[in-house]
Design a protein around this ligand. Structure first.
Ligand code: NAD
Length: 247
């Protein structure tokens, strides 16, 4: 009997790094559910391989309902990519508590809630892999990233917690920390000064491509990474290695 095709859930897959990641899985023959809060997700046509779902990863009922639909359609789950995220670039004294809470509930709470629904499904199949998308903003402090950087540093710790707790179920958990990638998010929060500083500070001298992030994420979900868990991989053109501060 032919083996059932592998399946993945990618959150925040309507555009940017999430979209490129979903495309990478689909190109490799996986079936992929794309979970995104943006209406644009509904424009992606549903097929045997692609299952677009509109939903907010920070809403417990919505996440639960989305994974119930995914379980019904795919019947198994091999990988979860917690990519959905939002950025507020402000100093602490200019960040409202509402902004702080929203960044934490999407970037950190979303990964928690999706794992809560995904892990039972993965366990039924004997294992799986989780990749959480953190950021170099969680590895260094800067004046602008009080909520965003804190959420990503916490997500890195949540990744390690997941790795230790879920190993017994055959589930690995890792994080990918992107350097700057010219997505809608970066266009919204990277000023000309930030862009210029990144270009000077990154040894490879450029922003990353969405596809370059997708390759690393896909690798960590696959058999080639079978002994890797609890790690955070910076995919950042060498920025982290320089020790230079974030612009
Ligand atoms: P993006 O804004 O282009 O895409 C993010 C996607 O997440 C969007 O489709 C958005 O609708 C979705 N999303 C936002 N809130 C959601 C929610 N509550 N529920 C479901 N979906 C939601 O951003 P991107 O640059 O592609 O970012 C992807 C991930 O990479 C994020 O976690 C981001 O923090 C991280 N990251 C990006 C960069 C960068 O420079 N672009 C750098 C480091 C880390």
């Amino acid at each position: 009997m032919p083996q059932a095709r592998k399946t993945a859930v990618v959150t925040g897959a309507a555009r940017g790094i999430g979209r490129a990641t979903a495309d990478r899985f689909i190109a490799a023959g996986w079936r992929v559910a794309l979970l995104d809060i943006d209406l644009a997700i509904e424009a992606a046509p549903e097929s045997d391989s692609v299952f677009p779902i509109r939903g907010d990863v920070s809403n417990e009922a919505a996440v639960h309902a989305a994974f119930a639909r995914i379980a019904a359609k795919f019947g198994r789950l091999d990988a979860l990519v917690n990519n959905a995220g939002i950025a507020v670039f402000k100093p602490l004294l200019e960040t409202s508590f509402v902004e702080w809470q929203r960044v934490l509930e999407v970037n950190l709470g979303g990964a928690f809630l999706c794992a809560l629904s995904a892990v039972p499904l993965m366990r039924q199949g004997g294992g799986g892999a989780i990749v959480n998308i953190t950021s170099i903003s969680g590895l260094r402090a800067s004046t602008l990233r009080v909520a965003y950087g804190t959420s990503k540093a916490a997500l890195a710790q949540l990744t390690r917690q997941m790795a230790v707790e879920f190993a017994q179920y055959g589930i690995r958990a890792n994080a990918v920390a992107p350097g700057p990638v010219d997505t809608a998010m970066a266009k919204a929060v990277h000023s000309p000064d930030i862009r210029a500083a990144y270009h000077d500070a990154i040894p490879l001298g450029r922003y990353g491509l969405e596809q370059e992030l997708a390759e690393a994420i896909f690798f960590l979900c696959g058999e080639g990474a079978s002994y890797i868990t609890g790690q955070e991989l910076a995919v950042d053109g060498g920025f982290e290695a320089t020790g230079i501060g974030l612009p």
